[in-house]
Design a protein around this ligand. Structure first.
Ligand code: LLP
Length: 428
């Protein structure tokens, strides 16, 4: 992790900023994202995909981290957006991403959301079913517009990732069945208000091995050839997201290997190519800082190190048994080497566990740690369960840092709640 290093005096630094300074100023838990790190990852991905004969354009999957500052950084780099709701569409526009660079994905879109996409004339709507296709045709013709659609195909490929984030198996809810795709594409071409432009595929997330990408793209390439032979125009393939990172000891998904998988399968078809990466771009750029509330010793067993961050902040370990590195912020925070410990949050659920039997240095009450690789699917998946306000967020950029979201004031938790007046008056 080139952007994170341990400095003898300053402790753990993200880019040029000591993370302890941010924890001191804003308290914990606090999310910190490195803007320089994000930019350099974007440029690496862009360079790999920009190879001659490929020229794939990057539509950042907003769901991974939808903070306006993150979207703005990526928009300045030239990224488009892959959005999955009206809210994400509005955010992307708010951050300056033009509608012509917005792709709308998702297995269920409301009429309002489709209406918004049509009125903004975004670049493409990824349709996932015949039902959605027919509904969109009705909506588009009613307002006299034409929807450019891409048909998301389920290639029935096992991405070899966690069951909860695999999406390209025939049993998953995503996309239209491979064998029905050509017929549906032909139907789309006949429907009023619809202009089919191509196919999309997304087989899942946290995929480090390029083989399943290649297998999925090969199936899409066959489909494109068949549909063209039948006389239909296909100008675009959306290769989805899914490139993985190294949380523990995996070999990080390689942008060059991804580019290679795309080139050897789809490269010669004269297509406009699109990718929708989220995690690979932002996960390693973010950390979650937390403080040890207490260490609960239990005779003959590993101690419970109770943090002030919990599953309501970072859900991934509870939901997917995800592994995240944990490092003390400074030598002062790690007093001496110790044995394995359980790292847990204070929420009233056994699933509120960040790490089990993890060999950790001795962490006393008050010690501060960074939970690593939390820039993607971290803050965006937070809730206020147990009436825990949303944590603060900070952005580091080289040697500068600033707050990008203050800690949520506790009163805001109930600010929108209404108590009916007869109940407030004490009626029984
Ligand atoms: N495109 C589509 C259609 C998607 O469904 C997704 C992610 C992406 C792109 C971006 O995938 P990425 O490049 O980030 O892998 N919350 C889970 C991950 C859920 C991913 C959902 N779809 C986690 O924390 O691991």
């Amino acid at each position: 992790r080139p952007h994170l290093r341990m400095h003898a005096l300053e402790g753990l630094m993200l880019e040029q900023v000591p993370l302890a300074a941010i924890a001191d100023a804003l308290g914990t838990p606090v999310w910190v994202t490195g803007a320089g790190t994000l930019r350099s990852r974007y440029r690496r991905l862009e360079a790999a995909l920009a190879e001659p004969s490929l020229g794939a354009s990057i539509h950042y999957a907003v769901k991974a981290n939808d903070h306006l500052a993150i979207l703005r950084i990526l928009s300045i780099e030239g990224a488009g957006a892959d959005v999955v709701s009206g809210g994400e569409m509005r955010r992307a526009i708010e951050a300056g991403i033009p509608p012509a660079r917005i792709v709308f994905s998702g297995v269920g879109k409301s009429d309002d959301e489709l209406g918004l996409a049509l009125s903004l004339s975004i670049s493409q709507i990824n349709v996932e079913s015949r039902e959605e296709l027919e509904r969109l045709s009705g909506l588009a013709s009613a307002c006299g517009r034409t929807a450019r659609i891409v048909l998301r195909v389920n290639p029935d490929i096992d991405a070899g990732t966690h069951a909860k984030i695999t999406t390209g198996l025939a049993d998953n809810k995503f996309g239209v069945a491979y064998d029905e795709a050509a017929d549906l594409y032909a139907l789309a071409a006949r429907l009023p208000g619809i202009e089919p432009i191509g196919f999309a595929v997304h087989i899942g997330s946290q995929i480090n091995d390029p083989a399943p990408f290649r297998a999925a793209y090969a199936r899409i390439a066959d489909l494109v050839r068949r549909v063209r032979e039948a006389g239909q125009a296909v100008s675009l393939v959306d290769c989805g997201g899914g490139l993985g990172i190294s949380y523990r000891d995996e070999i990080e998904g390689s942008p060059r290997a991804l580019a290679h998988a795309i080139r050897v399968t789809l490269g010669d078809l004269g297509l406009k190519l699109v990718v929708e990466p989220g995690r690979w771009l932002v996960a390693p750029a973010g950390v979650l800082l937390s403080r040890v509330l207490l260490v609960k010793q239990s005779a003959g067993r590993a101690p419970f190190v109770v943090l002030d961050a919990a599953m309501n902040d970072l859900l991934r370990p509870s939901l997917y048994e995800a592994w995240h590195g944990v490092v003390p912020l400074s030598a002062r925070d790690a007093v001496q080497p110790a044995g394995p410990a359980h790292l847990v949050g204070p929420v009233c659920e056994t699933g509120d566990t960040f790490a089990l039997d993890r060999p950790l240095p001795h962490l006393a009450a008050g010690a501060r740690v960074a939970i690593l690789d939390t820039g993607a699917y971290g803050a965006v998946m937070s809730s206020t369960y147990n009436s825990r306000p949303l944590a603060a967020q900070a952005l580091v950029d080289g040697s500068r840092w600033t707050t990008i979201r203050p800690r949520q004031p506790v009163e805001q938790l109930w600010a929108g709640e209404l108590v009916p007046d007869w109940i407030a008056a004490g009626e029984t």
